[in-house]
Design a protein around this ligand. Sequence first.
Ligand code: SF4
Ligand code: FES
Length: 246
Amino acid sequence: MKFTLKVWRQKNAKSKGRFETYKIDNISPDTSFLEMLDILNNNLVHEGKEPVAFDHDCREGICGMCSLYINGRAHGPDDEITTCQLHMRKFKDGDTITIEPWRSAAFPVVKDLVVNRRAFDQILQAGGFISISGIVPDANAIPIRKEDADESMDASACIGCGACVATCKNGSAMLFVAARVSALERLPQGKIEAAKRAKSMVQKMDELGFGACSNTQACEAECPKGISIAHIARLNRLFIQAKLQD
Ligand code: SF4
Ligand code: FES
């Protein structure tokens, strides 16, 4: 297969970026999207040009690093997969593919397609944990309803990729925050601080420049892990509860 790639190139956070066009051919349909970028970079290095910086780590849908906006969609033209799980057979031979970094004020571009998602860590530091003191019983000695365990597990599937933020017209991190809050709130160990946690994480999210929920459900549609916006409803309930307790 052959493709025309329009790739966002940007030296650093302060410089102005631009699209550069590259031609690539002899790509097997079974090549993954990131392998295709590896081949592009190999070609660029052989031509004495600077390779394209892009993020990746696990390349199996676990780490959430491969944050690319492909043809106007977070993680490209397929549902419930990450960029690293995308294969070139999803495109047509001869296609033009536009590749951009996440676009969000809270995720500044580091270089080319790499963005800084430290803001997510800061949100987690604001409350995405359980405070434990004293002797803690074994986790498997605490009975948990199957429905609650399932909901917690579903919410825990969030890999912190940031696609929800990138795809939201308000750049909101509500789905990410809601997934973390739900994952803990559904379990007895996390229930005690649930309202306080919801409030401090939402406040940190606002402080870091993420927008308010747009109510368009775009985040759920583009989330590679199928995180449901029902978790946002729980987050809102807990947030109001915390405000009433103030
Ligand atoms: S909620 Fe989904 S889209 Fe948002 S960070 Fe988690 S996995 Fe990524
Ligand atoms: S590289 Fe880890 S999820 Fe894609």
